[in-house]
Each structure stands twice: as structure tokens, then as C-alpha cells.
Design a protein around this ligand. Structure first.
Ligand code: KG4
Ligand code: ZN
Length: 343
């Protein structure tokens, strides 16, 4: 089965072709045009600007994705599009494009939840049966920080979430006050490689709270006050920048790992999945893998390939490919499943 995925929930226009065959999901093509350069000027994403940029990008990208996969629309079995959560005006460009394609071609169209898509990135280029259930997932992106469990595919249950800012949002805002460019996550993680994570101490909010919830706005404010006191806002001394980046990053990673470990010990999943844009952070990947191996032995730890952590359409096609009733003949049953709505 071949699925064409479309993603336009934020500042990336993306189209991909994913094939499910012999019990495995293969990425046949995955193309992305990023608007990062444009949003750098405003220090963040302006929703209307993002939506307008998707419009001229999406159809050429669709052609490139089909061409790279060496297939035509006629040999696609199903269309999948991100239906939310995300920026409404940006989402509607992808949804309307997919609707027209579906109407013209007669292909079924599945609306995919963006968070579910991030988790599904873990199945790409892997054997479906290799991911054992129950599963616990940590989705860390620019808009979300959530711990999600599932006893079977599609039956996702939210077990913890951020009470305020998402981890990626915190990376972006702290990067801004450090005078770094948007998006802040990759900038901070690069700088942190040359810094000492113990040089400065920043808080780990809610670390002792018994829930699996997170909080990052206090950490962001604490970094801002720290910089204000030293008159370093927007321009800290060059020599201190790597230490500031490493110390801040350590606080975020500590919070993420503490709650992930607590949930893993309590819920005893067979597999732990990391996902979302912040999952591209190499230090988070390394520490989470090590901590789980040492303190939750027997739990299989998986992370997506770097290319499928930040927003992409292969993950959206993957979520559709994992649908319990993907065969076209069964498609109507999709309507009855509340987790899988047709657009
Ligand atoms: O999943 P994503 O592409 O978009 C959303 O669904 O939000 O995540 C984007 C977020 C941004 O906040 C970006 O700063 C962060 O992921 N990010 C990183 C890294 N790469 C991207 N954060 C930390 N370290 C990274 N290497
Ligand atoms: Zn995302």
C-alpha cells in the first residue's frame, strides 16, 4: 500500500510517499521546503505569513515527491493530511489541497493528528512488528510536550503534558534572549557542545511534583532574570555563551528525563518512543537512552532518524499507513473510529 502524505501545520511545507510492504514502512520520498529564513526576520512564525508561503510551495512539492518516489498519483492508494493541531490558516492550505486531490482522483483521504504523526515517525524504515506494545511516547516539539501511552496502535492516551510552554518553545525563547537566531533549539544544542552544563544552575520546575506534567515557563523567566541582572540580555559575553546554552539545555533535559523515567517505572511499557522536533537534540537522545538502559532495563528505547524528528510529511503518511484498517475496502470503518477521522 502506498500513501501520499501532506503536512502544513506550521512553517514547513512537506509532501512524502510512504510504502507499507512486507510488514515494513519504507520512505519512498520525503520533501520539505522550510520557511525558516523568512521567519528569522520576525524572530518567530507569523501564522498568516506561514499560510501564504504554503500556497505557492505545495503543488510543485507534490510533483517533486511523486517524481522522487518514481510513482504517479494513479499508483497511490491513499492520501493523508495533517488536520491539526497547528496554525489554522497554515493547516487549511494542506487540507484544502488534499481535499481537491481526493475529489479529483477518487482516492480516500485520511486526516491525521500531528502529534500522532510525530510518534509514527518511529515506525519509518522499521518493521511494524518490532515496536512492541504497550508503548510510552515522549513528544517534544515547538508546540507540545506530552507523555502519551498506548496499549495498541491508535489508542493513544495522554498521561502528562506541559502546564505552560512547550520544551521547543522554551528553547526558542531562551535563544532569543541569548541573541541567537530562530529556531533556537538547533543553535543552543550546537553551542552547548562546547559548554559546561554545571557552570550555571537553572531551575527544574515541577521536578518533585508527583504528576507526569512538565513546566518550562519558570525556567525561561529564570534565564531572563539571570541575564538582566548582568545586563547580558541579547548579548552575553561570547566566552559565556556555550556555558549558558549547556546549563539551560541541561535543565530542560533533566525535566524531560525525570518525568519520562517516573512514567516508565509506573506504567512499565515494552517500548519507549521519543518524538518531535526537540528529539533531534543529540544530548537528549544520548542521556535518555542511557538513563532508560540503566534504570528501566528491559524497556526498548527508540527514536526517529534525525530527518523525521522535525516536521515532515513521511510521519503523516506513516500514521495513516499504521491505521488498523488501511485496505481501501475497509475504508468506511475509519468513520467509526474516533481516533481516526476523515477530513
Ligand atoms: O516538531 P517541530 O518541527 O514543530 C512543531 O510541531 O512544533 O519542532 C520544532 C521545535 C522548535 O522549537 C525547535 O527549536 C526545536 O523543535 N528543535 C530543537 C532541535 N531541533 C529542533 N530543540 C532542541 N535541540 C535541537 N537540536
Ligand atoms: Zn511538529
Amino acid at each position: 500500500m502506498r500513501i501520499l502524505g501532506i503536512e502544513t501545520s506550521c512553517d514547513e511545507t512537506a509532501v512524502a510517499v510512504v510504502e507499507r510492504t512486507r510488514g515494513q514502512l519504507f520512505v519512498r520520498s520525503s520533501v520539505i521546503t522550510s520557511q525558516i529564513a523568512l521567519h528569522r526576520k520576525t524572530g518567530g512564525v507569523v501564522p498568516e505569513v506561514a499560510a501564504r508561503e504554503h500556497v505557492p510551495a505545495i503543488l510543485p512539492l507534490l510533483n517533486v515527491a511523486l517524481k522522487e518516489a518514481r510513482v504517479s498519483l494513479r499508483s497511490i492508494d491513499c492520501l493523508a493530511v495533517t488536520r491539526g493541531p497547528g496554525l489554522l490558516s497554515a493547516l487549511s492550505v494542506g487540507v484544502e489541497t488534499a481535499r481537491v486531490l481526493s475529489w479529483q482522483s477518487g482516492l480516500p483521504l485520511l486526516g491525521v493528528n500531528h502529534i500522532e504523526g510525530h510518534l509514527a515517525a518511529n515506525w519509518l524504515n522499521r518493521r511494524v512488528a518490532d515496536i512492541r506494545f504497550p508503548v510510552l511516547g515522549l513528544v517534544v516539539s515547538g508546540g507540545h510536550t506530552e507523555l502519551i501511552s498506548a496499549r495498541r496502535l491508535g489508542a493513544w492516551k495522554l498521561v502528562g503534558r506541559t502546564r505552560d510552554d512547550a520544551a521547543g518553545e522554551c528553547f526558542d525563547k531562551v535563544a532569543h534572549v541569548l541573541g541567537l537566531s530562530y529556531p533556537g533549539g538547533p543553535e543552543i544544542s550546537k553551542l552547548a557542545q562546547g559548554g559546561d552544563p554545571t557552570r550555571f544552575t537553572f531551575p527544574r520546575p515541577m521536578e518533585r511534583a508527583p504528576s507526569y506534567d512538565f513546566s518550562f515557563s519558570g525556567l525561561k523567566t529564570s534565564v531572563l532574570y539571570f541575564l538582566k541582572q548582568r545586563r547580558w540580555v541579547g548579548r552575553p559575553p561570547r566566552a559565556q555563551l556555550p556555558h549558558l546554552a549547556a546549563s539551560f539545555q541541561a535543565a530542560v533535559i533533566d525535566s524531560l528525563i525525570t518525568k519520562s523515567l517516573r512514567a516508565t517505572r509506573d506504567l512499565r511499557p515494552a517500548t519507549f518512543l521519543l518524538a518531535g522536533g526537540v528529539a533531534a537534540n543529540t544530548e537528549l537522545r544520548r542521556l535518555l537512552r542511557d538513563v532508560l538502559a540503566a534504570q528501566a532495563p528491559g524497556v526498548q528505547y527508540l527514536e526517529p532518524a534525525l530527518a523525521y524528528c522535525t516536521d515532515n510529511a513521511a510521519m503523516i503518511a506513516a500514521a495513516a499507513a499504521l491505521h488498523p484498517t488501511p485496505a481501501r475496502a475497509n475504508w468506511r470503518r475509519v468513520h467509526a473510529d474516533p481516533n481516526w477521522e476523515l477530513v
